[in-house]
Design a protein around this ligand. Structure first.
Ligand code: PDD
Length: 285
């Protein structure tokens, strides 16, 4: 998995280099996607490309390719990178400019980069123990719906979680829980699955969409609703979701047990539904 795509060419990853004048390097001026691949199939490609289009529009950058072109580029990249479960990382920046200037260059030449990495399936220990998380004030900007490569807020918060021996930081803004530093948030309260509604303060996750769909299709009561931060502490179950970590049951929050302190029955059910969805995708169902 060491062939990358850079500006129209397939190149060995270690030879894929860009100018130090690239606005991605100088300003974090770009957007990205992370797309899981199960078997040879791109997971919910249309959903990822639709979000990518919204991210590009959000930073006023013209999409360099049509959806059909993106599909061709990514499928070719996957072909030359072997098989198995993986994920594609895709990034577009506003490209190199002759001088460092905050204002956009007149006619940008975007830098387009994609690579493939292994994806690690959730370990069996996870189903038994779950993971620990901390809560932190959300220090990020007000356009968290854009999947921007400018991630310093997210990085500082995730690092705090790691240093506390935790898997994730759950972010609180104005008294409401929004999402994780790199994941969306679900909780079970009075037997109902709840998640904060989409808006400028959270990333509209593709895994989140699927969890809501699986709930609806399988008679699990689910609702999008604002989550007061104190609900985290008396939740029956708490989960975080993302493309690379699937559905993680959070069983300790700020050092206290969540619910019974073990992954709950609704997580067990949703995890099985999610694994079933992946298995059908692999076999083309
Ligand atoms: N991050 N919220 C944030 C802030 C995220 O960074 C992510 C994913 C999600 C979940 O979105 P999705 O289900 O579409 O992966 C929510 C990716 C995996 C990353 O930055 O590597």
């Amino acid at each position: 998995m060491n062939t990358a795509y850079l500006n129209g060419r397939l190149v060995p990853l270690e030879e894929a280099t860009v100018s130090v004048m690239d606005r991605g390097f100088l300003f974090g001026d770009g957007v990205y996607e992370v797309i899981p691949v199960y078997g040879a199939r791109l997971f919910r490609l249309d959903g990822h490309l639709a979000r990518f289009e919204r991210s590009l529009a959000g930073i006023r950058l013209t999409n360099p390719h049509s959806r059909a072109q993106w599909r061709t580029i990514l499928e070719r990249l996957l072909e030359v990178n072997g098989d198995g479960d993986r994920y594609v990382y895709l990034q577009v920046t506003r490209g190199p400019a002759p001088k460092r200037d905050h204002a956009f260059p007149g006619a940008p030449t975007p830098t387009v980069f994609a690579s493939v990495s292994p994806i690690t399936p959730p370990s069996p220990a996870l189903a038994e123990h779950g993971v620990a998380a901390i809560t932190r004030e959300d220090i990020r900007w007000k356009r968290c719906d854009i999947k921007a490569i400018t991630l310093l807020g997210n990085l500082l918060l995730r690092q705090e979680a790691v240093e506390a021996g935790c898997a994730e930081a759950i972010l609180i803004r104005d008294g409401e829980a929004m999402e994780g530093a790199a994941s969306n948030l679900f909780l079970v309260r009075a037997g109902t699955l709840l998640t904060p509604p989409k808006g400028p303060f959270l990333l509209p996750g593709i895994t989140r969409d699927l969890v809501l769909e699986l709930a609806r299709d399988n008679g699990i009561e689910a609702r999008e609703t604002p989550i007061p931060a104190q609900w985290l502490h008396d939740a029956e179950e708490l989960w975080v979701t993302s493309s690379t970590r699937e559905i993680l049951p959070v069983t300790r929050l700020d050092g206290e047990a969540v619910g019974a302190g073990r992954p709950g029955p609704l997580w067990t059910r949703m995890h099985a539904l999610f694994q079933g969805y992946k298995a059908r995708l692999r076999t083309g169902g």
